[in-house]
Design a binder for this molecule. Structure first.
Ligand code: NAD
Length: 367
């Protein structure tokens, strides 16, 4: 049997833990895994592009556990009442190749992206950052605001979206949190939102080289968390922002970011830093309060690996095990055909999910 977390499952986990502690815990897991960067089998994700969007597979493994995520990005979906980004994923035991967990990752992608953004900002943004502009107020936006509020102490959020209803929705959801120290300001333009901000998060969805931020909007000391540009031909920053002499650009995994990130606009030898080097002390996240730091995020498989392992452990800690019969467990492993003729009993039914886990080599504990 394979452990399963669907939409109700993630609602239950978040209901018990709360989104902010979940993201704080997940950020710790991601940080631990990024510190052992060298142990992971890494590759750029496999992407199939269409005029409407992209469908991607994101695998990685540390030799003990393997994970992959299926994720799409279809910016025109919202006009049809559908999400821009949906996802699910699998965690598997490398020793047997057996899947351990099949999980929803649509909600979890929003949580892990926000956790990753806030983690990067902890290393890159000025520590006195209290004001953040949030450009693009769609599905991901609440998660980013909650993560930056709780993990970085951001108190004021300046919101802008070309769709005023999205901004109203975000403001409503943030007000409903009832946080005393969280202020929200609705802005009439990107420039209005960005002026005086310490951190600018761009979260727009548009399948083109958009120019959401232009050079004159950027002040010394700002941290840019550029999340929405994540495909070839889909960017958010004017290239001159990346070229600023005082700019420091950090990416998740260079071979993927060179193709998908803001840095696709730059020559292949333009110097950038991988976040793992910042975490391991091999490169600075920020050298001075005046630097402009840019986290050019596209989303990397390692954060999904961390998220899947985190979910798997939480679900079992909360004694909420739910399993599905995705893989047959047979009395005679050579008699697969017996499943069809009824002559080979399924072991799983007899020993239950815990019995299968006892045979697994995987021991999991949270960081
Ligand atoms: P969404 O469609 O729900 O929201 C996007 C919002 O951007 C919409 O409200 C839209 O009106 C707004 N927008 C579009 N063009 C704009 C512009 N010029 N100025 C201001 N607002 C504009 O999408 P989402 O799920 O919130 O995702 C946002 C983006 O983040 C997508 O492009 C997605 O691919 C990307 N994403 C990246 C990561 C990562 O790890 N880097 C993870 C998840 C999603």
């Amino acid at each position: 049997m394979v452990e399963y977390i669907g939409i109700q499952g993630i609602q239950r986990i978040l209901g018990q833990l709360g989104p902010a502690p979940f993201m704080e815990g997940l950020a710790a897991e991601i940080e631990t895994d990024y510190r052992r960067w060298g142990e992971f089998d890494k590759s750029p994700r496999h992407a199939i592009y269409s005029p409407e969007g992209v469908i991607e597979l994101m695998p990685t493994s540390d030799g003990h556990l393997y994970s992959f995520k299926y994720v799409n990005g279809h910016p025109k979906n919202t006009a049809r009442g559908l999400l821009t980004v949906t996802a699910f994923g699998v965690l598997a035991d490398v020793q047997t190749g057996y899947p351990l967990l099949l999980s929803e990752l649509t909600v979890t992608t929003a949580l892990r992206t926000a956790a990753m953004s806030a983690l990067a900002a902890r290393w890159m943004a000025r520590t006195d950052s209290r004001v953040m502009a949030l450009i693009g107020n769609g599905a991901q936006s609440e998660f980013q605001a909650i993560a930056f509020h709780h993990m970085l102490g951001v108190r004021e959020f300046r919101l802008y979206d070309v769709d005023g209803r999205a901004t109203e929705k975000l403001a409503r959801n943030l007000h409903a949190l009832g946080e005393k120290n969280l202020q929200v300001k609705l802005c009439g333009s990107v420039a209005d939102a960005v002026e005086g901000a310490d951190i600018v998060t761009t979260l727009t969805a548009d399948k083109r080289n958009a120019v959401i931020l232009t050079p004159e909007m950027i002040s010394p000391g700002m941290h840019l968390n550029a999340v929405g540009g994540d495909c070839p031909g889909k960017t958010e920053l004017h290239v001159d922002i990346l070229r600023r002499a005082d700019a420091r650009v950090v990416v998740e995994y260079q071979p993927q970011s060179r193709v998908e990130g803001e840095i696709q606009q730059l020559p292949i030898d333009f110097p950038v830093t991988e976040f793992a080097d910042v975490l391991r002390g091999a490169a600075p996240g920020r050298l001075s309060p005046a630097e402009v730091t840019i986290f050019d995020s596209v989303g990397f498989a390692l954060a999904d690996y961390s998220a899947l392992r985190y979910l798997y452990t939480l679900q079992r800690q909360q004694n909420r095990s739910q399993s599905i019969d995705l893989i047959p467990h047979l009395d005679d492993a050579k008699n697969l055909f017996g499943l069809l003729t009824g002559t080979c009993a399924s072991e799983a039914a007899a020993q239950g999910f815990d019995g299968i886990l006892k045979n697994s080599s995987i021991e999991l504990a949270l960081t």
